[in-house]
Structures are given as C-alpha cells and as structure tokens.
Design a protein around this ligand. Structure first.
Ligand code: DAH
Length: 340
C-alpha cells in the first residue's frame, strides 16, 4: 500500500493551509476537527495504518507521526496568534489620550495625627516605645499605684481575658490605657527616660458619638534629675502649638490620678475650640510621677523625678478636623477617609 505514504504529504499540506487561513478561533477549531477530529481526514490516514503489512508499517508510521507533530505545532502557533488577536482592542489606540491616573492610597486620619504627634515629640528628644495590648493587672494597675477598688479595675469597665494567668494571681486584660508601658519601659531601662507611646487601648464603653470600645492614646514619660511641672507644661505647650496652631493656649487644672502627684487635667484653647463654641476644652491627664511608682520599678524617688501624661488621639483628630462622631474613624467609608 504505497498509497498511504503518498497521501500523507498532500493531506498535511491542505491541513496547514486550512489552519493558516483560519481568521478566528472558531474557524481554526473547524479546521482542526476537519483534519484531526475523530472523523477528520488526517485521522483517517492514521486509521489506515492498521491495515498495512508488517513491512510497510514502520515507514508509514514514522511519516504519519512526523506529519502529526507538524500539524499540532502549526495548530498551537495559530491558536496563540488568534487568541492574542482576540484580546487586542478592536478600535485603534489613541496614544494622545491622557493616561489613566492611579488612585493613590492615603494614611488613615488617625495615623496622620499620630505621626504628627510623634514628629513633634521627636524634635525634643523623645523616642517611641511600645508594649502589649494584652496586658496583666500588674502593669496596667498595681504597678501604677491603682488600688484594687479603683473603678477602672471593675469588670464593667475593662475587658478581662480568661482568668488564671500570671501565676494564677492576676488576670490578663486588654489594656485600658497606654500608661502600662511606662512600667514596662522603666523596669527594663534605667533613667533618664524620655518616651512617647502611641497605641490602641480598650474599654467596655458602648459606642456612641464620643465613645468607642477601642481607641488610641499617646502616653508620654520623662524621668531625669530635677524634672519639674514647668518642664511638663512647657513640653505640652510646645506640642499642642505644633498640633493645633501657634496661638494655642493650655492651662492645668488640679486633678487626681493614682500614679501621679500632683496630678492635672490639661485644657487647651484655640481657634478650633472656639469654633466648637468653647473657650477651653479638656484634652489630657498628666502629673508628676508618684514616688510609689518609682519604688515599684526600682528607681530611687530621692534621686529621680519625672512627669507623665496621656491623651486620646481620636479626640485630637476630631477637634482638628471638626469631626463630630468618633465612629466615623472605624467605618472605613471611603467618602469619609478621602477627605483627609
Ligand atoms: N491613663 C490616663 C487615662 O487613660 C491618662 C493619664 C493621666 C496618663 C495621667 C498619664 C498621667 O500618664 O500621668 O485616662
């Protein structure tokens, strides 16, 4: 059956022609079926192989395989070419059109305010310190001279974790303030200390326009020899002028915190507070570090003095941007976030 060998080349040639002529993927598929499908012309040649004699089979088989390889390669090449063509735009490209601008992401307003606060403190030699959000009662309360009957320690006010850790004595909790980091830093390093601690804190408050169960604070701690309330006031004044504008004024009112003595609340006054209809707005707590706190961390209160403060970042951001609902910060609504 010399006929089969002679038929291979012409069938292969017309298959290659048909593949080359296909204008789109459908046409190519039709051509493929016509030659390589189960009833295709090339397939028919392959089926004839079985009818050849032993002597004829090897040569014919080899020729068929080579031809089949060539067809498959041609088919694959043509298919990629047509796929690419299908993916290209039908209209000609106008290269003079302006490019599509990528929308740039932005830092969250709370992050922006935090970075501004950190930047101001860095200018006067403070470094950022950090501590765990899952704290224990010792660092959050006891070491800060906060008595067991203090309302902040009540389960109504604080998120406690499953009891029994820390030697079975004290519970773990989500820190209610960044003041716990004062203790962690002082226990680790000897004075002088000059740190600020931005971080997330937790309280069992129901969310409303001015409360949220998680919010952010910045803690400051300065320990050295001969530190005074004057240093505290000067530092706070410098930072708030940077944050809220150069005509910002601050005042101290006596207050009580168990880890400072004397303690103060800081009010500030600026164009922003007046815009909110108030001359003075309470913004932070502060005071001179209580000698008992120094004892607790192993600093000699006869040698070392210091001050500390803490304030809420959301509150600063709300005043600064005129935001009247704290919950807006956490909803991730782009219409809100894009404004900052
Ligand atoms: N921890 C206080 C709070 O969460 C704020 C505070 C007050 C921090 C006085 C201090 C401080 O370091 O000295 O309300």
């Amino acid at each position: 059956m010399a006929g089969l060998l002679d038929e291979i080349e012409p069938v292969k040639a017309s298959a290659l022609n048909a593949f080359a002529a296909a204008e789109d993927l459908d046409a190519l598929e039709q051509a493929r079926v016509g030659f390589l499908g189960s009833n295709g012309r090339f397939t028919a040649l392959m089926k004839q192989l079985g009818t050849l004699s032993k002597e004829e089979k090897p040569a014919a088989g080899k020729a068929i395989n080579i031809a089949k390889g060539a067809l498959e390669t041609a088919l694959a090449n043509k298919r990629s070419e047509l796929e690419l063509k299908a993916a290209l735009p039908k209209e000609p490209t106008d290269f003079s059109l302006p490019g599509r601008r990528r929308v740039l992401g932005k830092l969250h307003p709370l992050t922006q305010v935090t970075e501004d606060i950190v930047r101001s403190f860095r200018k006067i030699g403070f470094v950022v310190a950090d501590g765990p959000e899952v704290e224990d009662e010792y660092h959050c309360f006891d070491a800060l001279n906060t008595p067991a009957d203090h309302p902040a320690r009540d389960a109504q006010d604080t998120f406690y974790l499953a009891a029994g850790s820390e030697g079975g004595q004290l519970s773990n909790l989500l820190r209610t303030h960044t003041s716990s980091v004062q203790i962690r830093v002082m226990k680790k390093q000897s004075p002088p200390v000059r740190i600020i601690v931005p971080g997330r804190v937790y309280r069992r408050d129901n969310a409303d326009a001015t409360h949220n169960p998680t919010f952010h604070q910045v803690e400051g701690l300065y320990v050295d020899r001969n530190v005074t309330v004057g240093d505290l006031k000067g530092t706070v004044e410098f930072v708030f002028k940077e944050l809220m504008g150069p005509e910002t004024k601050i005042r101290f009112r006596p207050h009580y915190f168990s880890y400072t003595e004397p303690s103060f609340e800081i009010d500030f006054s600026s164009a922003l507070t007046r815009k909110m209809g108030k001359e003075w707005l309470e913004i932070a707590g502060c005071g001179m570090v209580h000698p008992q706190v120094f004892e607790n961390v192993g600093y000699d209160p006869g040698v070392w003095t210091g001050w500390a403060f803490g304030f809420g970042i959301e509150r600063i951001a709300m005043i600064r941007y005129g935001i009247n609902d704290i919950r807006l910060f956490y909803e991730n609504d782009l219409r809100f976030l894009k404004q900052f």
